[in-house]
Design a protein. Structure first.
Length: 427
């Protein structure tokens, strides 16, 4: 009986496998721009917002505009050490010196207790609040101390001199941080200054990573480890969804489970045209519209693809490490940026450098060509040194700072040419 059940399961699995193989279609490569047109047009669920403390808000995307509940400064402050006085008392001081009586002292930690009246002054230090009744500050070097508690003024002092008006920095009700801003440390500082304890931000996308391949079973996939760190650096939360062997049902189980836990699913491996490359067919089987495109016009990374199921994006990345990285750079990074309500191209950090050596392009000439480079600052400026080798070489990845992208239909990029370098996450 055991043999009978096993045989039946085996035959069913084989039929399922053969049916999927029969459905395989040749790649229909799309340009990077066309890939992004299709991704942008896909029906993908938007991320909701949540309330977090300002201590948790760094690098989060603000979902709701912040308006100030208070004015900064809250009071008129003195900008100099000196005496808070009434300007009207000095209107004729340039003709006849005026004597004022010092009735109080004020410091930033000790606000004034009195109201300044006719002929009175209050000693103040920088940052002190002006006492009621005063409207200007006589700088200490412009004052002449007399006997007792008197100070002499010999020139006219205009209203508002050496005074920082209340609300001159931030006014109560003023919009201080716009929705859509990625919160920086200086923004957190302002929120704390305004005594705002929580803010509304968009949730971080959960990103499930499914590794595919018989050779990875019972191992810790290195590709997944790398992408997990890059997802974190890109504002997402990685989920290790484990390894699926090269079997339709098990890949499908992993992808479906990942879709229930995450906002984005990334698969690594199993997306070329071999007998065991089943991921594209699985994506078509887990929900509509399924596979949106399979193949992009860049090498390495050309067998990358994109699909949608359960209103969630699925990105297929190839298994060779160079191809994995290029697919991540051009599909996953901007997708995460878009899901975080930011402009997709803002995900790319691109700088220019001089190419140290010629890059020869010998295959897939109509495609873009990606070459890993090491950057070095030299007397003539930033120089990019090509790192050449097979797309499975991990050593190249560890040395690389970025990727130079050659445009379509080029057979070489010349030594000394100014090139654009896509900086890898974390560099």
């Amino acid at each position: 009986m055991f043999t009978s059940i096993f045989s039946s399961q085996y035959l069913n699995q084989q039929r399922s496998f053969q049916n999927l193989i029969a459905l395989k279609q040749p790649f229909s490569y799309v340009s990077i721009s066309e890939a992004w047109n299709r991704i942008s047009g896909a029906a993908i669920s938007s991320l909701e917002s949540e309330i977090v403390t300002i201590r948790e808000a760094h690098n989060r995307i603000l979902a709701k505009e912040v308006t100030s509940p208070i004015s900064i400064p809250a009071d008129d402050l003195t900008h100099y050490d000196g005496y808070a006085i009434r300007s009207v008392d000095t209107k004729n001081a340039h003709v006849q010196p005026v004597r004022l009586r010092v009735v109080d002292k004020a410091y930033p930690s000790q606000p004034p207790k009195v109201t300044i009246g006719d002929g009175e002054a209050c000693y103040v230090t920088t940052g002190s609040a002006l006492p009621r009744g005063s409207d200007t500050v006589l700088a200490v070097e412009m004052a002449a101390r007399m006997e007792g508690d008197l100070v002499q003024v010999r020139s006219r002092i205009d209203p508002g001199e050496h005074v920082i008006p209340a609300g001159s920095d931030i006014k109560k009700g003023e919009a201080v941080i716009s929705a859509g801003r990625t919160l920086r440390p200086q923004d957190i500082m302002v929120l704390d200054l305004l005594k705002i304890e929580t803010v509304q931000v968009y949730k971080k996308p959960f990103v499930a990573i499914v590794s595919v391949g018989d050779e990875l079973v019972d191992k810790a996939p290195t590709h997944s480890l790398l992408l997990s760190h890059w997802v974190q650096l890109s504002g997402g939360i990685p989920i290790d969804s484990g390894v699926a062997p090269d079997h339709v049902d098990q890949i499908k189980d992993r992808v479906e489970a990942a879709l229930t836990r995450a906002d984005v699913v990334i698969t690594i491996g199993g997306c070329s045209m071999g007998e065991k490359d089943l991921v594209g067919d699985v994506i078509d089987s887990v929900g509509k519209p399924g596979l949106v495109f399979h193949g992009i016009k860049i090498k390495p990374g050309r067998v990358s693809g994109f699909g949608v199921a359960m209103n969630k994006p699925i990105v297929m990345l190839p298994g060779f490490i160079h191809s994995t990285i290029v697919g991540f750079e051009f599909l996953v990074l901007p997708l995460l940026q878009k899901m975080r309500r930011l402009h997709p191209e803002g995900a790319w950090h691109i700088i220019t450098a001089k190419l140290a050596e010629k890059i020869q392009i010998r295959s897939f000439i109509p495609f873009k060509n990606a070459t890993f480079v090491r950057l070095q600052l030299e007397p003539e400026g930033l120089v990019a040194y090509p790192l050449l080798g097979g797309s499975s070489f991990f050593g190249i990845v560890s040395k690389a700072d970025g990727v130079v992208v050659g445009e379509e239909n080029r057979t070489s990029i010349d030594k000394g040419e100014t090139v654009s370098v896509h900086i890898l996450p974390g560099v």
